[in-house]
Design a protein around this ligand. Structure first.
Ligand code: ADP
Length: 397
């Protein structure tokens, strides 16, 4: 264990994920999750030295602070206070102001506050985590790492919506993109795997988890990505619809649907869940499909077809391609989904390496296909957003 431990916090409206990361080795000596905040069932669980623990959080409010108090207790028991050098916060939206990770001060807090309306569910929750951690660790520097920051290099042709520029000027409506930390990490790892300088490489990174996005990365910089003004855009996801004809919203409103009903459906009842009628979880959908469930098969087909369409379309953003990179829970583990996406890309010359595809699962990286035509490979690289956050903190110090 090195002398540079960073407590990484990912604070949601009703949850708090945390990890104690060694910024040099990437080892996580402690990982945990607080959940059901605001409910009587609020609790926090964690894994320390391979052992699982859980405790209830009392009361009905202030659960972010109560969870952080529990984390302080654990860190004290681990006797690592002297090696804990920083707290790193994942912040969902940095707008146009934050194109890089920053040390948190009052000015940064004000900045995150000011762009709250861009991420009304996420940024206030992130701020709750920041305030609780600043109270608990007053002597430690705190840093914010933004999900949108990596995509701030997108050119105007990629981030501008085909709408009146007034909407951009007045409200900041444009493509921001998310999952930046993950796309950043896997592109750096891919360059290492291929023995190429990252600033002379071209990748299409495909993050497939509960949320999903594709990113075109030219010379190490994001030049286009499929999530947009919000994380609802782009690919089909666990419960989100992805790209959708905006005319559907008007149609449903005329049918008497309220704004809440429409957006609840598009955010929480669509994607794998909506199409399959079985589950938002890819594993549940794959199991049902194997048993002959037609909705599950349709969800599988729609999902894999859309991912392939995005990959093919992102060739437009690049001069050449070194690798398509699969990551996220589905991208790192699901052999049949990766296989189907590659099959859909046959016109680009991708030929699966079946053994490679079988081996690159459950935490193992590897090459799973090759296209002689493009001179490119397909890789699987497990993402590690916590490590990027920890390293950013240490680098900024
Ligand atoms: P999040 O976006 O919440 O971080 P993850 O990256 O953990 O999510 O991805 C969750 C998704 O990964 C779920 O749909 C889950 O079913 C899928 N997944 C995890 N393991 C497997 C597996 N072995 N096979 C297929 N899908 C898997």
């Amino acid at each position: 264990m090195s002398n540079k431990l960073v407590l990484v916090l990912n604070s949601g409206s009703s949850s708090l994920k945390f990890a104690l990361i060694d910024a040099e080795t990437g080892a996580a000596s402690l990982t945990g999750l607080g959940e059901c905040f605001g409910l009587a069932d609020a609790r926090i669980s964690w894994k320390l030295n391979g052992e699982k623990h859980e405790t209830q959080l009392p009361g009905l409010d202030d659960h972010h602070q109560k969870a952080i108090d529990v984390i302080v207790g654990i860190v004290n028991e681990m006797q690592v206070e002297d090696r804990l050098v920083a707290v790193g916060h994942r912040v969902v939206h940095g707008g146009e102001r934050f194109a890089k990770s920053v040390r948190i001060d009052q000015d940064v807090i004000n900045g995150i506050n000011e762009i709250q309306d861009l991420a009304p569910l996420h940024n206030p929750a992130n701020l709750m985590g920041i305030h609780a951690a600043m109270a608990a660790f007053p002597a430690l520097p705190q840093f914010a790492v933004f999900d949108t920051a990596f995509h701030q290099t997108m050119p105007p042709k990629a981030f501008t919506g085909a709408i009146a520029t007034e909407l951009y000027e007045k409200y900041g409506i444009r493509r921001y993109g998310f999952h930046g930390t993950s796309h950043y990490y896997v592109s750096r790892e891919a360059a290492k795997m291929l023995n190429k300088p990252v600033d002379e490489s071209n990748f299409i990174s495909v993050h497939l988890g509960n949320g999903a996005s594709v990113c075109a990365i030219h010379n190490g910089q994001s030049v286009d990505t499929s999530m947009g003004f919000t994380p609802l855009a782009g690919l089909m996801m666990g419960t989100r619809c992805g790209d959708l004809d905006p005319g559907i919203i008007e149609f449903l409103m005329k049918k008497g649907w309220s704004q809440d009903e429409i957006f609840n459906t598009l955010n929480k009842k669509s994607g794998f869940l909506g199409v399959s009628g079985v589950s938002s979880d890819a594993r549940g959908v794959l199991e049902a499909m194997e048993q002959g469930h037609e909705g599950a098969k349709l969800a599988f087909d729609v999902f894999t077809y859309r991912v392939a369409k995005y990959i093919a379309s992102y060739l437009v953003a690049l001069d050449s391609l070194d690798a398509v990179i699969f990551t996220g829970g589905i991208g790192e583990n699901s052999l049949p989904i990766r296989r189907e996406i590659l099959k859909n890309l046959k016109l680009l010359g991708f030929v699966e390496d079946e053994k490679g595809n079988e081996d690159a699962r459950f935490g193992a990286a590897g090459q799973i296909a090759k296209s002689e035509m493009l001179g490119a490979v397909a890789l699987v690289i497990p993402t590690n957003e916590e490590l990027v956050i920890a390293q950013d903190c240490v680098n900024l110090m």
